[in-house]
Design a protein around this ligand. Structure first.
Ligand code: PLP
Length: 343
C-alpha cells in the first residue's frame, strides 16, 4: 500500500490554510461584525459557507458517500487543477493520461508546468494497461482515466481500473462525469480500501447544472483535506450553493432514462445512413460517429443550425463527430438533417 503522505508536495503538506473567524465559532452569534461584509440583507451580502456543509450533507445522502469523502469544486475542472497542485512538483513531475480523452487534464498540466505522457487507447478504445503502467516513472504522480471516456463513450471495466490503482504507485484519478448514463457502477465507494483513488463526478451533465459550476472529487478524507486546504475559500458562491440545493430536489431519473433511450435509438438508426462508417458503443450522453467526409458533414449540420463536436483531427478519432443526445425533438431534427445530406 502506498503512503499518501510521501506523494504530497512538501510545501502543501506544510501549509497552514486560510481560516475565517467563523471557523472558530462556537456559540450562535446573530450579529456578524467579523468579515467586513455589508450588513444590509439582499440575499447575498454574506460570504458563502467555505465548507459547503449543507450541500455536502445532501450530496452525501444522494450518493451514499460520507460527507468527509466529498470535495466540492467550481466544476470538476477545479478539482483536476487542485489534484495536480497537491501532488505534482512543477517542472519536475509528470502525469500519465489516456488518448483520446478529455482535454482539461492536459491544459491543467500545462498550466502547472507538468509534463503529460499520453498513452493511446487500443483501436476499439479499450485500455492498454501495460502501456499505461510502463509510461510511468518515479516522477509520475497522477494517472488520469476517464470512464465512461470522453470522447469515445465507452466505460472501462472497474476491475481493470482497480488493478491499475493497485499496481501504480501514485494517484489514480477516474473521471466519472458520465457515470449516470452508464451501466457500470461508480467506483466512489472504493476510495477507502483504495486510498490512492480519486473519483471525479459533476453536476454539469446528468444533473443539468453546467451553468452553476459544481464538481465533486470523491476521495479518502486525507486527500479531501489537502484539496480543501488549497482551494479558494469561497470557491462555490452563495447563489450556486443555494440553487444546487433546490435543484437536487428535482428528480432527474426520468430525464436520464429518456436520454439513454434516445442515445440507443440514435445508435441503432444512424448506421443506416450511407456515409456513416461506425457508431461507437456509448455509456454516456453522446455518440462518437465515424463518417465519410466529417468536415463537410459538420458544415452541413451547422448550416441547418445544429452544432456537434468535430473530432476529425483528434488522434484516434480521425473522421469522427461527437454528437450529444438532445431532446427527442432535437434528435429528430438532427436525423432529418442527416437524411437530407448529400456527400
Ligand atoms: C463535461 C466533463 C466534465 C465536467 O466538468 P465541469 O467542470 O464539472 O463542468 C468533466 N470531465 C469530463 C470528462 C467531461 O466530459
Amino acid at each position: 500500500m502506498i503512503e499518501l503522505e510521501s506523494l504530497v508536495r512538501p510545501n502543501i503538506a506544510a501549509l497552514t490554510p486560510y481560516s475565517t473567524a467563523r471557523d472558530e465559532l462556537s456559540g450562535a452569534p446573530d450579529i456578524f461584525l467579523d468579515a467586513n461584509e455589508s450588513p444590509y440583507d439582499n440575499g447575498f451580502n454574506r460570504y458563502p459557507d467555505p465548507h459547503q456543509t449543507a450541500l455536502k450533507q445532501r450530496l452525501s445522502e444522494i450518493k451514499g458517500i460520507p460527507a468527509d469523502r466529498i470535495f466540492l469544486g467550481n466544476g470538476s475542472d477545479e478539482a483536476i487543477d487542485l489534484v495536480l497542485r497537491v501532488f505534482c512538483e512543477p517542472g519536475q513531475d509528470n502525469i500519465v493520461a489516456i488518448s483520446p480523452s478529455y482535454g482539461m487534464y492536459e491544459v491543467a498540466a500545462a498550466t502547472n508546468d507538468i509534463a503529460v505522457r499520453k498513452v493511446p487507447l487500443h483501436p476499439d478504445f479499450s485500455l492498454d494497461e501495460e502501456a499505461l503502467l510502463a509510461a510511468a516513472d518515479a516522477h509520475t504522480k497522477v494517472l488520469f482515466l476517464c470512464s465512461p471516456n470522453n470522447p469515445s463513450g465507452n466505460a472501462f471495466p472497474n476491475a481493470q481500473i482497480l488493478d491499475i490503482a493497485t499496481r501504480f504507485k501514485g494517484i489514480v484519478v477516474v473521471d466519472e462525469a458520465y457515470i449516470d448514463f452508464s451501466r457500470i457502477p461508480s467506483l466512489a465507494s472504493r476510495v477507502d480500501d483504495q486510498p490512492n483513488l480519486i473519483v471525479l463526478q459533476t453536476l454539469s451533465k446528468a444533473w443539468g447544472m453546467a451553468g452553476l459550476r459544481v464538481g465533486l472529487a470523491l476521495a479518502c478524507p486525507r486527500i479531501v483535506r489537502w484539496m480543501s486546504m488549497i482551494k479558494y475559500p469561497y470557491n462555490i458562491n452563495v447563489l450556486a450553493q443555494r440553487t444546487v440545493l433546490e435543484q437536487l430536489r428535482q428528480p432527474v431519473a426520468a430525464r436520464i432514462a429518456e436520454i439513454i433511450a434516445e442515445r440507443d435509438r440514435l445508435a441503432a438508426s444512424l448506421p443506416a445512413l450511407p456515409f456513416v462508417r461506425t457508431v461507437y458503443p456509448s455509456e454516456a450522453n453522446f455518440l462518437l460517429v465515424k463518417v465519410e467526409g466529417a468536415d463537410a458533414l459538420y458544415a452541413h449540420l451547422l448550416r441547418d443550425g445544429i452544432i456537434v463536436r468535430n473530432h476529425s483531427c483528434v488522434p484516434g478519432c480521425e473522421g469522427c463527430l461527437r454528437i450529444t443526445v438532445g431532446t427527442p425533438e432535437e434528435n429528430r431534427r438532427l436525423e432529418a438533417s442527416l437524411k437530407r445530406y448529400q456527400p
